[in-house]
Design a protein around this ligand. Structure first.
Ligand code: UP5
Ligand code: MG
Length: 190
């Protein structure tokens, strides 16, 4: 990359908490680049490669893709972004991800934004999404919620203990959630 990263923010939150939705708004308002590890993995799964097929079957089950696969895609996307302000959406999702990130990429996030939303509301949103995602069926969704609680919440708790987490009430309408995010970004990213 040409210039060092000025701002690196991570977005965490359960399936359907609104990570992609809020990141898109931040891109528009604050000129960040948005990298979703879920999107990177979906793109790779469509490539038809052996790794792609492996990724697809893991995602269909709502399980976590091995960190070495995700970290390679993430590193490449960060290098190619050409932006010194980055939002990383949905990563790290477990301890394995976090260890791989710290071993390979190393750049600490400025803040971890945690979109906090009830499971009922997340479920409602995912069932309404209708974008043909293979993992938006009730059976896989329940597995995704379980993985979030068991594996991702502990990672968020780890960063919270380092004072890096800002918890946001994400159960409100998207525009209202964004108002809270704007306040954080306006105070920090300039
Ligand atoms: N919506 C959004 N905000 C709303 C609001 N405030 N009020 C009402 N509706 C709202 O939103 C979801 C839906 O809700 C949309 O229809 C939206 O309009 C509406 P979205 O912004 O897409 O939520 P998001 O949090 O991004 O939900 P997503 O389903 O993408 O979250 P996941 O974390 O489940 O999905 P992701 O793509 O990150 O990961 C998928 C899978 O990939 C994982 O299960 C795993 O198998 C794999 N994966 C890894 O293995 N490793 C990784 O590092 C990342 C992913
Ligand atoms: Mg998403």
């Amino acid at each position: 990359r040409k210039s060092p990263l000025l701002f690196l923010f991570w977005f965490e939150g359960g399936p359907g908490s609104g990570k992609g939705t809020q990141c898109a708004k931040i891109v528009q308002h604050f000129g960040f680049a948005h990298i979703s590890t879920g999107d990177l993995l979906r793109d790779e799964s469509r490539s038809g490669s052996e790794t792609g097929n492996m990724i697809e079957s893991i995602m269909k089950e709502g399980k976590m893709v091995p960190a070495e696969v995700t970290i390679k895609l993430l590193q490449k996307a960060m290098q190619e972004s050409g932006n010194d302000k980055l939002l990383i959406d949905g990563f790290p999702r477990n301890e394995e991800n976090r260890a791989a990130y710290e071993a390979v990429i190393k750049i600490e996030p400025k803040l971890v934004l945690f979109l906090d939303c009830s499971e009922e509301e997340m479920e409602r949103r995912l069932l309404n999404r209708n974008q043909g995602r293979l993992d938006d069926n009730i059976e896989t969704m329940r597995k995704r919620f379980k993985v979030f609680k068991e594996s991702t919440l502990p990672v968020i708790e780890y960063y919270n203990s380092k004072g890096k987490v800002r918890k946001i009430d994400a159960g409100k309408p998207a525009e209202e959630v964004f108002e809270d995010i704007k306040t954080i970004f306006t105070s920090i990213s300039q």
